[in-house]
Design a protein around this ligand. Structure first.
Ligand code: SF4
Length: 249
């Protein structure tokens, strides 16, 4: 099987759970995971970031580096301890107390993530888990395991309000669009601190679909703040949009 890179005009929708398995074969090795860099950035008022390889979606607006599409070409393996040491060492230099892993989907390589969280739980640092919600929505036991971390905030980024919108903009089969909403429900039931975000830039998500997204959030009992994102013209976003035949810039 050819590894799924960015979407092209005539792409065949894929199963994101199968793509997870394919990606894990490349980016996970025992408890280690592939990363390309570690640095601090100003988002969230300053956060120390580990930039990992690999995702289970292929969003056309995605800004992350090409390590998403070609994870076999990029990065090197880091153990959870090495990751946490680097995150904390960079955080100390900038005197910040927030940590995250970004650049792809952190819930891929579950055992790696849980060990990173175990180690951070022994510190006074705060961890922000930015996720597309696919694997959390698929695996309630995964969500239950997150309950034990009291220094954790989960941010679930919704990509669509309909199966059609989900398929066309993430490449994954429309029937999987429910999973991020299910993740929100599981997180609420587990009493975990979380919020929803959405890529509802009107150049990408039609107004009607946005209304359906808001209605769906309402139906599942989510009435908190929704952080709506705008697609910025990063080189990688422009490349992926062009490859998929979209022109928004
Ligand atoms: S936007 Fe997020 S979920 Fe979508 S492909 Fe990029 S890293 Fe993955």
């Amino acid at each position: 099987m050819t590894y799924q890179a960015f979407l092209e005009n005539d792409f065949t929708p894929f199963d994101p759970l199968l793509l997870t398995e394919e990606t894990e074969k490349i980016v996970c090795q025992n408890l280690s995971r592939k990363y390309t860099s570690f640095y601090c950035t100003g988002v969230y008022g300053g956060i120390s970031t580990g930039y990992l390889c690999g995702c289970c979606l292929r969003c056309i607006f995605c800004w992350v580096s090409l390590s998403r599409d070609f994870p076999f070409k990029y990065g090197k393996f880091y153990t959870p301890k090495e990751v946490v040491n680097r995150l904390i060492s960079n955080a100390k230099k900038k005197r910040i107390n927030k940590l995250r892993i970004s650049g792809g989907e952190p819930t891929i390589c579950k055992e790696h993530l849980l060990e990173v969280l175990n180690l951070i739980n022994e510190t006074s640092y705060f961890f922000i888990l930015e996720t597309n919600g696919i694997l959390l929505g698929h695996d309630i036991e995964f969500v239950k395991e997150l309950k034990k971390y009291n220094n954790l905030y989960v941010r679930v980024s919704l990509k669509a309000g309909t199966p059609e919108g989900f398929q066309i903009r993430t490449g994954a089969q429309g029937k999987f669009y429910e999973l991020p909403y299910r993740a929100l429900q599981y997180l609420r039931e587990a009493g975990i601190y979380f919020r929803a975000a959405s890529m509802s830039d009107p150049r990408l998500m039609p107004k009607e679909e946005r209304k359906r997204m808001i209605k769906k959030l309402d139906q599942i009992g989510y009435h908190d703040y929704l952080e709506e994102e705008i697609c910025d013209p990063y080189d990688t976003s422009i490349l992926r949009l062009n490859k998929a035949g979209w022109k928004i810039f």
